[in-house]
Design a protein around this ligand. Sequence first.
Ligand code: DAH
Length: 330
Amino acid sequence: MKNLEEQIRDASSLDALSRVRIELFGKKGALSKEFAKLKDVPGPEKKAFAEGLNRQKAHLQDVYDTCYETLKKEEIERLLKAQAIDVSLYSNLNEKGALHPVMTTMDKIIDYFVALNFSIEDGPKVEDDFHNFEALNLPKNHPARDMQDTFFFRDKAVLRTHTSPVQIRTMLAQKPPIRMIAPGAVFRKDYDITHTPMFHQVEGLVVGETGEVSFANLKSIMSDFLHYMFGEVEVRFRPSFFPFTEPSAEVDISCIFCKAEGCRVCSHTGWLEVLGCGIVDQNVFDAVNYKDVSGYAFGLGVERFAMLLHKIPDLRMLFEGDTRLLEQFR
Ligand code: DAH
């Protein structure tokens, strides 16, 4: 038994002590082996033998407990020393934060339109069916409602799927002419490398008297805007469909990654789709009771612009809150 006690006292770390504990007190440990001998002890001596063993066991347990306490205390002291923080040290007070690339991109877009006298309009993020769909020429059961994966609330309210409802709100609140943009967050049930359930759009709307606002106006301002954002690129208008505009177009720029030679980002087409636009559909004007007017509208995704401008490969990176990403934008 003496050398069992020594084994305990010799353990120089909690790990070592834990190994000794198994060797001594474990099911197949030294003490179990001692107790197993009990069956071979002659009857009259059994009691004394067992009492002796139990005393030894209790003694070893005491020794173990004392060693454990001592080692634990040493361990805590060692950790406290190693992890000590000098609270009297000054931190680097000059450390600067950074604006999030989505916000700097948003600001750059807004600056362009503000300089051209567009007003900035706002609307609620929890929208109703009328503003998000109906008034935008998306009647109930219209198949184009499937273009957007909507988050619904129980009482028919929705999280706005685009910033287009701000067009409706602005026209209902103001008389023409209108010259507005609406930047803000929008929501869709989507999650992959180019989609997140929340992202940002900038909507645009220009309304004047009949014949005052043309597709040519739209084309020239969109081209100029895209050159302002991306520099020397080709701009291409491609016929498309949106319920709230007719005719509608999607606008592409020549791929800024491969100089239009074809790469993974542009799916080897040489073109990158960057926004949607068109001439405001008469049904939209009817919904807000606007008469004898013409207009154009456009909408774009801010994260998409930010990804292209900063070569960010996965949209989700913008929302993970990893400061190592942000530090690159100081
Ligand atoms: N609301 C569209 C979307 O979320 C974007 C859009 C396209 C807005 C064309 C417009 C427009 O105002 O004319 O995909």
